[in-house]
Design a protein around this ligand. Sequence first.
Ligand SMILES: O=C(O)CCC(=O)C(=O)O
Ligand SMILES: [Fe+2]
Length: 292
Amino acid sequence: MAGTKMASKVPVIVFSEECTKPGTSSWAEACKVMAQALEDHGCFIVDHPGVPLGLHDSVLSVTENLFDLPPETKIKNTNFKPPLGSVDTAPGSPLIDGIEKLQECEKYTFLMWPSGNGHFWDYKAVHDYGKFIAEMEKVVFRMVCESYGVEKYYDPYIDSSTYLLRFLKCKKPEGVEGSVNSIEHTDKSFLSYLHQNNIRGLEVRTKDGEWFTFNPSASNFMVMAGEACVAWSNGRIKACDHGVAVKEESQVRYSLGTFSYVTGMIETPKEFIDEAHPQQYKSFNHIDLLSY
Ligand SMILES: O=C(O)CCC(=O)C(=O)O
Ligand SMILES: [Fe+2]
């Protein structure tokens, strides 16, 4: 299949140059695979050959440095955004709200490292990562809009969407039998993008109810629909049920959860509504959903 490979039940879409060009046959094929995967499992994997060289290593190295900071430093971040995802949302868990904006990355970095130990590269790496995800969302959302014939909603959505990055750390303590599990949940984001180091852990529930383990790599991103996307699509798209189960002992799993959300109202396009599909969700403010 052009631009896509079915390595597993959760499809992998290769974001090659050809595939990310609207109008090509691989673009059309990817649109189909993406919409079907979102309806079936609420997720798909993007294998992105265009990840800038070194971005994966540099952003994970910032993640490690952040977790090495003392709790009294981490707690200085008073942005207790209600959870967009559901894992490790304790005060002080590192997060940057508005990762696509350089000044937000800068502000957070200086809050964490006020003595400034030459951390320009850190916030630059984090910001580059944010920009990269925001660009990926542009392709993903354009494909989604095209699949459902709702292209006119693309611009207003992209103009009002923003990205929250949560850094996550999980380690299975020595001597514990089985795996260390997080709770199974769906996110409240519009879309979530999960990327991580090489310690496996992320599991998603597929259409048939089985758990699928994400195989991490520097170029792989799990893209999941959150509850806001379900409401927007009038229930056509499913929210991805997922959790984290770390089985490898003494290994530290670092992951980056980027959650897109809209600063404003989520409204179901009328194209999703007809007699057979009556409107299921009233318009709502996305921020209100987060505190619900
Ligand atoms: O660590 C992960 O890969 C998953 C995190 C997650 O599901 C969340 O924060 O909502
Ligand atoms: Fe989540």
